[in-house]
Design a protein around this ligand. Structure first.
Ligand code: CAA
Length: 380
């Protein structure tokens, strides 16, 4: 096993690190405070190829592997987790569906522009009554000649406001459970499509999240992805990859917490010496460091399996479960090390704790990851 990064991977690490320090760090607190979408920053990232990292060059992407992708997400999330999720959704949940499930015609129409960041994508599975129980959806798509007519409500749609198109999962046949779900490409300009208010969130406030509504929204049948009834499989297999991205986002947040804890504990003096001299601090920072490295290994394991075109459902769930858990722990410990200062917005570490929490919830809660892991283990 080779633990060294290739030259290309080292370059992407350096490039994303420098980009994040130069272009994301200066405004991150303000974007969080104002819940402001990073429009300019996403535009710059698009120009650097960060929005279609794993899309082959043939389709206008950067043609990189998944290891490069998780390296990039980690570096971006270390500075701004909101930007990381915008990037993760477009790369993992949108471009990957086009690559794996769409026809050449559909690819030609959308993928080069998605990969170049000229179009931003969103992925819409959840509904008010169906989160973890994702197949229990009510949004219905009824066939009408060469069209489908969509009706229903979706929620928690990341990029819902800023995106140009949304991949929507809807029932096309009632009463047969997940076998009745079909996936569609829906351009937001379609009549009958509307977005709800921007959600006011605890963390990742720079990204936008909203409900979307379909009121007799007519979409051409040619926008159907794969086959009728294949939607749930498309949704879940895509989430396998999405979960690796979210795990890398959690890892970036955890690493930020570790790095800030190291700097602060050497500066802060109590009882006549830096708090870095105290055993209680050693305990916290050593734990964080072990967990950060262990999470990265799990993420790279899942990414390597994906690149080798092997099934990685369990490994992706393990990576997300563990990385999000240690991100929550590390950020809480970081606030503890900063003490009263950590509780104040000014120091920027309470944001890490707020941003970390969502990684245990979206793209499948920790409890769902445990279910996926346990089911796979019991089947083996
Ligand atoms: N890949 C491909 N197919 C899969 C699969 C996978 N990873 N997991 C399951 N399937 C297939 C199964 O093989 C089965 O098909 P067959 O009968 O043909 O074999 C079918 O899907 C149904 O599988 P299950 O019986 O396991 O389904 P279930 O109803 O028990 O649910 C679940 C499984 C794991 C609970 C699933 O519903 C799940 O992952 N829920 C969480 C949903 C989720 O992550 N939502 C996040 C939405 S996105 C988001 O967060 C917002 C955002 O914008 C970032």
């Amino acid at each position: 096993m080779d633990f060294n990064y290739s030259e290309e991977q080292l370059l992407i690490k350096q490039t994303t690190h420098d980009f994040a320090e130069k272009h994301l760090a200066p405004g991150v607190m303000e974007r969080d405070e104002k819940a402001e979408f990073p429009t300019e920053q996403i535009k710059m990232m698009a120009e650097l190829g960060f929005l279609g990292m794993m899309v082959p060059e043939k389709w206008n992407g950067a043609g990189m592997d998944t290891i490069s992708y998780v390296i990039a997400i980690e570096e971006i999330a270390r500075v701004d987790a909101s930007v990381a999720v915008v990037m993760s959704v477009n790369n993992s949940l949108v471009c990957q569906v086009f690559l794996n499930w769409c026809t050449d015609q559909q690819k030609q129409k959308y993928l080069p522009r998605l990969a170049a960041g000229e179009l931003l994508g969103a992925y819409s599975l959840s509904e008010p009554q169906s989160g973890s129980d994702a197949s229990n959806m009510r949004t219905f798509a009824e066939r009408d000649g060469n069209y489908y007519i969509l009706n229903g409500t979706k929620n928690w749609v990341t990029n819902g406001i800023s995106s140009d198109l949304v991949l929507v999962y809807a029932m096309t046949t009632k009463g047969i459970g997940y076998k009745g779900i079909t996936a569609f490409i829906v351009e937001k300009s379609r009549a009958g499509f509307s977005v709800g208010k921007k959600e006011d969130k605890l963390g990742i406030r720079g990204s936008d999240t909203c409900e979307i509504y379909f009121d007799n929204c007519r979409i051409p049948a040619e926008n159907l992805i794969g086959e009728v009834g294949q939607g749930f499989k498309i949704a879940l297999s895509t989430l396998d990859g999405g979960r690796i991205g979210i795990a890398a986002q959690a890892l970036g947040i955890a690493r930020a917490a570790l790095e800030k804890s190291l700097v602060y504990s050497k500066e802060r003096e109590q009882f006549g010496q830096p708090i870095a001299n105290f055993g209680a601090i050693h305990d916290k920072i050593s734990n964080m460091a072990c967990n950060v490295d262990a999470a990265r290994l799990l993420i790279h394991q899942a990414a390597a399996l994906k690149d080798a075109k092997q099934r990685f459902t369990k490994e992706g769930a393990m990576a997300k479960y563990f990385a999000s858990k240690i991100a929550m722990e590390a950020t809480t410990q970081c606030v503890q090390i900063f003490g009263g200062y950590g509780y104040m917005r000014e120091y920027g570490v309470e944001r890490l704790m707020r941003d970390a929490k969502i990684t245990q919830i979206y793209e499948g809660t920790s409890e769902i990851q445990q279910l996926v892991i346990a089911r796979a283990l019991l089947k083996e």
